[in-house]
Design a protein around this ligand. Structure first.
Ligand code: PEP
Length: 253
């Protein structure tokens, strides 16, 4: 049976003081279910401090992106091995903001995914369509292209050590959430694409939903057959909001 994963993407928010309070709040109120895993993804400069605060807890640490290169003359970039060295277990790859604002192509995302895996990190591969693409009936084609680039380069078995996050771009930070049925349709499609290559991997891989998840809509989304938790932006910045989402997952476990 797949566990729920509730992951917080803090994006470019926080400070040492604010993060310490946020992590304290999360640690104090973790939901009491073995079936819910928690992950926080702070900005790079805070990874070490958050790692120290999380030491000994079950809350995992992740980064928000990673270089596709191993080391060398790549000013400003961070290697996967450095993230491992700093205590990360996960890394987001291909978040729509990285694709849209920093021009990350699906091939580059696939290279980042491979670099993360090679270093022993669990990549969280983000995929999702824009509103324009949805309205043009291209949702599945967009997902197929984004997922296909990784399946082609790393193979389906790689997803035994990875997570997928379906994040419709039109729902990120907009307050517009996909309905549970809309999300489930895409999650089912993703799992069936994986199953065409390997049934066991398809059944095991966690597929998260992301896009304006809050405490009051999480249970409806997470109750769907192929939704295994959430990637949370805005609501991951306040411990009570993040914990309410984790509790929604725990209530379904
Ligand atoms: C995100 O950035 O991954 C996200 C889902 O943001 P929000 O929850 O704020 O929509």
């Amino acid at each position: 049976m797949r566990k729920y994963l509730v992951a917080g993407n803090w994006k470019m928010n926080g400070s040492n003081a604010a993060n310490a309070g946020l992590v304290d709040g999360i640690l104090a109120a973790q939901p009491g279910s073995d079936n819910v895993e928690l992950l926080v993804c702070p900005p790079f400069p805070y990874l070490a401090a958050v790692a120290a605060q999380l030491a000994g807890s079950t809350v995992a640490l992740g980064a928000q992106t990673v270089s596709e290169h191993e080391k060398g003359a790549f000013t400003g970039e961070t290697a996967a091995s450095m993230l491992v060295d700093t205590g990360c277990r996960y890394v987001l790859v291909g978040h729509s903001e990285r694709r849209a604002l920093y021009g990350e192509s699906s091939d580059q995302v696939a290279a980042k995914f491979a670099a993360a895996l090679a270093a022993g990190l669990k990549p969280v591969l983000c995929v999702g369509e824009t509103l324009e693409e949805r309205e043009a009936g291209q949702t599945e084609a967009v997902i197929d292209e984004q997922l296909g680039a990784v399946l082609e380069s790393s193979g389906v078995e790689a997803f035994q050590r990875a997570v997928i996050a379906y994040e419709p771009v039109w729902a990120i930070g907009t307050g517009k959430t996909a309905t549970p049925e809309q999300a489930q349709d895409v999650h089912r499609h993703i799992r069936s694409r994986m199953a065409a290559r390997d049934e066991a991997t398809a059944n095991a891989v966690q597929i998260l939903y992301g896009g304006s998840v809050k405490g009051d809509n999480a249970a409806g989304l997470f109750g769907m057959a192929d939704i295994d938790g959430g990637l949370i932006g805005g609501a991951s910045l306040k411990a009570p909001d993040f914990i309410a989402i984790a509790e929604a997952a725990a209530s379904l476990s």
